[in-house]
Ligand binder design. Structure first.
Ligand code: MN
Ligand code: MN
Length: 306
């Protein structure tokens, strides 16, 4: 029976590439595995797959009765609605444990590294399996993407080492140049609608029975989003009301300045301001120096202080 390998909703480059890499690993073990995604992939992921000549995974939204492997999340809210009816065989993730339950014993790998692809790289290595050139290429790109070119505080020595070794397999020596090319692709937002931008990397978190929708856009220069901000705020407001979210937070990360603009939409904005010790301007916006990681710098303070 086929094992479907998937990551989280609103797939980012790490989720897509880790699904493909994990499928490859399982296939090398002699199993029948297939990468899938839970929705349209982003422009950066398309660029990476095209560059290394790999097909875009098929979209599936239901996993009832299926054998599955999960990468890049363990949060049921970020998985298909019928995840409790799937047979989970394998997990590789670098987030907090998100509440997933399984009926049977499983194989699970978790490490606090910068990318799920770093964990998969380590598994390939431990099992002495050869990573195909094109798979090495997409894994390398995913690690650079998830660590924001090693600038995110989630970055570890393992991520840098993995990229170094994966680059050797691909024969690409100018990895940073490729990373910057990816950055340019993800920064071309002129033709993106505000709601598409918000949804590009939006995750919903259940914290103390309240739902927080937290998104992140990474740009070479945060001012590129300046003209779209009024529309973005309107869409955030709409999103909050339609889904009864406690709040909607969007990080517009400036990769060069190494910080983020935080846009906050909530009934009581001061509640969120207090958690992060910030004060928004009249446009619900505040610049936070050094803020690069939702996982490490936004979700944990909300979990403890809200
Ligand atoms: Mn991810
Ligand atoms: Mn990841």
């Amino acid at each position: 029976m086929t094992i479907y390998v998937m990551g989280h909703k609103n797939p980012d480059t790490d989720t897509v590439m880790a699904s493909i890499a994990c499928s490859e690993l399982l296939r090398l073990r002699g199993l029948d595995a297939k990468p899938v995604v839970q929705g349209e992939i982003n422009p950066e992921s398309k660029f990476v797959l095209e560059k290394f000549n790999i097909d875009i995974p098929e979209i599936i939204n239901s996993v009832e009765g299926k054998n599955i492997a999960i990468v890049d999340t363990t949060n049921p809210a970020h998985l298909p609605h019928d995840i409790d009816k799937a047979n989970i065989l394998f997990i590789a993730d670098h987030h907090n444990l998100g509440g997933l339950k399984t009926a049977s014993p499983l194989e699970i790998y978790a490490q606090p590294v910068g990318s799920s692809c770093t964990i998969l790289y380590n598994i390939f290595k431990n099992e002495n399996r050869e990573i195909p050139k094109n798979v090495a290429g997409i894994m390398m790109c995913a690690i650079m993407s998830d660590t924001i070119l090693f600038k995110s505080p989630t970055t570890t020595e393992f991520d840098k080492m993995a990229v170094e070794n994966l680059a050797k397999i691909t024969g690409i020596n100018k990895t940073l140049e490729l990373g910057l090319e990816m950055l340019k692709v993800k920064s071309s937002i002129e033709n993106e609608t505000p709601i598409d931008l918000i949804n590009r990397d939006l995750k919903v978190f259940d914290i103390k029975d309240k739902k927080f929708a937290i998104g992140q856009i990474e740009l070479i220069d945060a001012s590129m989003a300046e003209s779209k901000k009024p529309e973005i705020l309107k869409e955030m407001e709409k999103l909050k009301n339609e889904n009864s979210y406690h709040s909607v937070i969007l990080l517009i990360t400036d990769i060069m300045k190494e910080g983020s603009e935080m846009l906050i939409v909530a009934d009581d904005v001061s509640e969120i301001e207090n958690v992060f010790n910030v004060k928004c301007d009249e446009n619900h916006c505040v610049w936070v120096d050094g803020l690069m990681s939702r996982k490490k710098q936004v979700v944990p303070p909300l979990e403890t202080k809200i």
